[in-house]
Design a protein around this ligand. Structure first.
Ligand SMILES: [Zn+2]
Length: 242
């Protein structure tokens, strides 16, 4: 399985959590006092399988974290020899667990990576997503950002020149427009607003000549029922350790 995980970490993770894991759970529930006998299995998981899936070598504490259920911030890779614990974990781990335990933030780990549905991630995407989830270092990054600051995950997520802000925003905007298109007419993405010719607007309004809003939609039976929408994305994960 670890050999297979070299090129397909997400599929391997799914095969383990949807399949193999339940066999061990069955053993543990039906056979008494077999924890000691499962030690070689835990050894293989900690030292072989997890490092290949995540491209990261965990500390014993981080191994306990991964053993937690996905909804509590872990990866559901149970440790048959002991229960996952989080007492005494450093602040960055407890923060990562709190965020990963938020409603909806772990669903990507609980679906089958079906290509037809667009649920699959390539090996780099999957490993980076796991590292972002636990605030683990991501290798092969440049040392400096285009803005001149040191290149860190936190800086990249908030840097206005790094591109991620635009990328995150555009993905949500396009998804929202796609959904609105099913129920509204005349959905347009980033339409140019009409120029200001003496109108009094509230302070903070964008009065630039080429001002655009994110989405325009026409709803209801009346042609005049227009909605103009603007979106923003708030970043939570990269506040770890700052
Ligand atoms: Zn930057």
């Amino acid at each position: 399985m670890a050999e297979f995980a070299l090129s397909q970490p997400e599929a391997c993770y799914a095969a383990y959590t949807f399949g193999l894991k339940h066999r061990y759970t069955y053993f543990l529930r039906t056979l008494r006092d077999i924890h000691d006998l499962l030690e070689p299995l835990e050894h293989a998981k900690s030292n072989l399988l997890i490092p290949v899936i995540t491209d990261y070598r965990c500390s014993p504490l981080e191994r306990d974290v991964l053993a937690l259920p996905v909804r509590l911030g872990g990866l559901g890779i149970t440790n048959p020899c002991r229960e996952g614990i989080r007492d005494g974990a450093p602040r960055n781990i407890t923060r990562a667990l709190d965020l990963a335990g938020e409603k909806g933030s772990s669903v990507w780990l609980t679906v089958l990576p079906l290509r037809e549905m667009g649920y699959n991630l390539d090996k780099g995407e999957f490993r980076d997503a796991i590292k972002l989830r636990y605030d683990w270092p991501i290798y092969d990054n440049p040392s400096t950002c285009v803005c001149g600051d040191r290149f860190t995950v936190h800086n990249e997520m908030i840097c206005k020149r790094g591109g991620f802000i635009t990328q995150r925003h555009s993905e949500l905007k396009d998804l929202e427009a796609e959904l609105l298109d099913m129920v509204c007419n005349d959905v347009k993405i980033e339409p140019v607003l009409q120029d200001i010719t003496g109108e009094e607007l509230r302070t903070g309004s964008n009065t630039a000549p080429d001002a655009r809003l994110d989405i325009h939609a026409n709803h209801g039976n009346h042609k005049e029922q227009h909605s103009l929408m603007s979106g923003s994305v708030t970043l939570m994960l990269t506040l770890i350790g700052t």
